[in-house]
Design a protein around this ligand. Sequence first.
Ligand SMILES: [Zn+2]
Length: 404
Amino acid sequence: MPRILFRNATLACVDGDAGYGLRENAALLVDADRIEWLGSMASVPAFDDAEIVDCEGRLLTPGLIDCHTHLVYAGDRADEFEARLEGAGYAEIAARGGGIMSTVRATRAASEAELFAETLPRVRALLAEGVTTLEIKSGYGLDRDNEIKLLRVAEGIERELGVRVQKTFLGAHALPPEFSGRADDYIELVCQEMLPAAVAERLVDAVDVFIESIAFDLEQGRRVLDRARELGLPIKAHAEQLSHLGGAAMAAARGALSVDHLEHLAADEAAALAESGSVAVLLPGAFYVLRETRLPPLTALRQHAVPIAIATDANPGSSPLHSLLLTMNLACTLFALTPAEALRGVTINAARALGLGDLLGSLEVGKRADIVLWDVNQPAMLSYRLGINPCRRVLQGGRWRDEV
Ligand SMILES: [Zn+2]
């Protein structure tokens, strides 16, 4: 693999504790799949054998990371979108067997090949905007074989497209209809059979659970996360989205990589996240689609220096969103993140939410050469505009994506 030298670049390194880590008139050298050197144009050594890319002042950022998605599913929920606009609520739709259950039925009926074909264009939309790592959760199979089928599709996406995919087991996403009224029995199945089977197939990088009035209660969530820890797996939780059940603090106390949603997180719980090092993953797409009004406690998260990530939450119901750039704008506009926080939220803090912060997510010597060259010259442009994709070229693990 030849070395690549980016010259005359504007670097948003997102190193350090805050801000862009901006370096203007800078250069960066990639050697194989790692960042080998970076510094000012005035101090560039002669890297004689390197391929030269003159950036002409353009912006370089780390590859973008979408750290919370539900991209593998069959069908769509356009009818539900319509019903909501005719007045039905999210909880009401779920209570009458719509919502997640309609996707579960379609997903169970689909073959692995069909699921793969349906998922590809969703992933390609993300990649077109400079995404080099994404997380994909299971959670629409809700039995052993179907959950494994979803995780295999996620693995296939990584193989086919060369993007890094972190696979998260979310068997406790919703109660399948055959367990109606027997949520504890289903949790037992998740813990004793479904999760161990997926782990045995080497398909699980982390374990997630949906703790909410329309999903699982705090005790059921705790059982799943404790079982995951017994198996040596990192944990996450969907928590405090529609109500406050205490899932975020419970997961944080168990060392969760991230707790996600958090609109109903109490301000005094931010300290617990700071203490555990859990990343607060905010999902403005679901907030927007559901027309929620309660904002996550951003002031408290900032006060306690909790790392904040943002993600698409791409799913067929509450967030049919396949643009991380639009997600950045939504986070700024709806949650009042600064553009620098939004960029950190899709780079270094998203990497931390996946347990990959030492390897990815910033432009620093030794980190993986996942790098995006943008047709803009200042980082705020990425959050500021809607509907324009300035992604010019993507380096994934030191290789140009368009040459792979
Ligand atoms: Zn989600």
